[in-house]
Design a protein around this ligand. Structure first.
Ligand code: SF4
Length: 409
């Protein structure tokens, strides 16, 4: 039996999909990416109205392209709306915690599908936490996910050990807000210490952190453990203090820059990626210029740029001074182009250096691609036997959205 599992939205949704894939693989289900699936599961997102619409569109599309499959929609989008679009079953965020069991109870999933999963395994997401109490004014997540709930440390360790035993080389620790992890007396720092001591994972990556979660103690752990990936994703969202305040982000630009400086001083080889929102209500040309100058100062490896979209139910939905769509679109294009140039500067600094790359796939042009510890995308001419291996390479030049490398001698 074949199952196709997709997600929209955040890394937590992605991590949940990995859990379901792993759970279904244990029952004998084969994960496919084409339209030949017997079961299709979509983990939906409603962080913006656009994401909501996309969730419905994907279910409609799945119904058309997989007419005989059982279509299952789960997550943040409205259950009834998804069923109207063609989902056979839909489950909300509470129900999806028991998704596999529910599908077994409904007879959709059979515990002994008994066809071995022989898919290639490279990176795997492990969710350690869900929910968020921060209430950023543009974000619906605290309303749909609720307060922070953490997975027990023993369960996290067990999941990681199982993934490593089944061949995964890199584990990515994810959650809605990973830094909020707290289970009994274990916080993120002590959980990481336990993982490093009790799991033989070759690479451990944290999906994202808030600026106020970066501190010397955490960075010292990175200094002492080479298998912690030298890459930090820290959402900035804006370079303007006025806009950060309106977003209710709990930090200002100086704090953000100071934390980047701390990373650079303690881990000079680390890279930083970020998210930025343009066109937030009331954003002026001066605010936008502050965002551009933060991108210039911080030297991000990658900036994920989003245009503000008003989400009903959030505080920002009612904010005045909406930025006209053409202005927001133009700012987005300017930011993308500028961030791309700065990213090239960052990647150029790695030319001539060695890196360890986990190769993941073969590209259309015949090159293999994968990621370095610093999350730089690396392309290299080599045969497919290198996939799912961590290979030392020497970076030669910029290439596509990453760099081109040769095997290190
Ligand atoms: S920190 Fe802000 S953006 Fe992130 S999930 Fe919480 S409310 Fe949403």
């Amino acid at each position: 039996m074949k199952v196709k599992i997709e997600h929209l939205g955040c890394k937590l949704n992605q991590a949940e999909c990995e859990d379901w894939r792993a759970g279904l693989a244990e029952m004998g289900y084969v994960s496919v990416s084409g339209d030949d699936a017997d079961i299709y599961i979509l983990n939906t997102c409603s962080v913006t109205s656009i994401a909501d619409a996309k969730s419905r569109q994907k279910i409609r599309h799945a119904r058309k392209t997989m007419p005989d499959a059982v279509i299952v929609a789960v997550g943040c989008s409205d259950k009834e709306a998804l069923q109207k679009c063609g989902a056979d079953y839909s489950f909300d965020n509470v129900e999806k915690q028991e998704l596999i069991q529910k599908l077994v109870d409904l007879g959709v999933v059979h515990p002994d599908a008994s066809i071995p999963d022989n898919g290639i395994r490279t990176r795997s997401m492990v969710a350690i936490q869900s929910g968020c109490p921060h209430f950023c004014t543009y974000c619906i997540v605290p309303y749909v996910r609720g307060k922070s709930v953490s997975v027990a440390p023993d369960t996290v360790i067990d999941q990681i050990n199982k993934r490593v035993a089944s061949g995964y080389k890199e584990i990515v620790i994810t959650g809605t807000e990973v830094g909020l992890y707290h289970s009994n007396s274990v916080n993120l720092q002590t959980l990481l210490e336990r993982i490093l001591a009790e799991c033989s994972v070759e690479r451990l990556r944290i999906s994202s952190l808030q600026p106020f979660e970066i501190n010397e103690k955490l960075l010292k752990l990175y200094q002492d453990n080479v298998n912690l990936c030298r890459h930090f994703h820290i959402s900035a969202q804006s370079g303007s203090d006025r806009i950060l305040d309106m977003m209710n982000r709990h930090y200002d630009r100086d704090t953000y820059v100071e934390k980047i400086g701390l990373i650079r001083s303690m881990l000079p080889d680390a890279t930083v990626t970020t998210d930025m929102i343009v066109g937030f209500p009331g954003e002026t040309d001066v605010d936008f210029a502050d965002t551009l100058s933060l991108v210039d100062d911080a030297g991000f490896l990658k900036v994920h740029t989003f245009i503000f979209s008003a989400r009903k139910g959030t505080a920002a939905f009612d904010f005045k001074d909406r930025v006209p769509a053409p202005v927001a679109k133009e700012r987005s294009a300017i930011l993308r182009e500028f961030a791309e140039k700065r990213s090239e500067d960052v990647k150029k600094e790695f030319i001539g250096h060695h890196a360890d790359v986990l190769f993941e796939q073969k590209e259309k042009n015949g090159l293999l691609s994968g990621y370095s510890k610093e999350y730089i995308r690396v392309f290299m001419p080599c045969d497919e036997s290198f996939i799912n291996r961590i290979v030392p390479v020497k970076i030669k030049k910029l290439h596509a959205d990453g760099v081109y490398a040769d095997p290190a001698l």
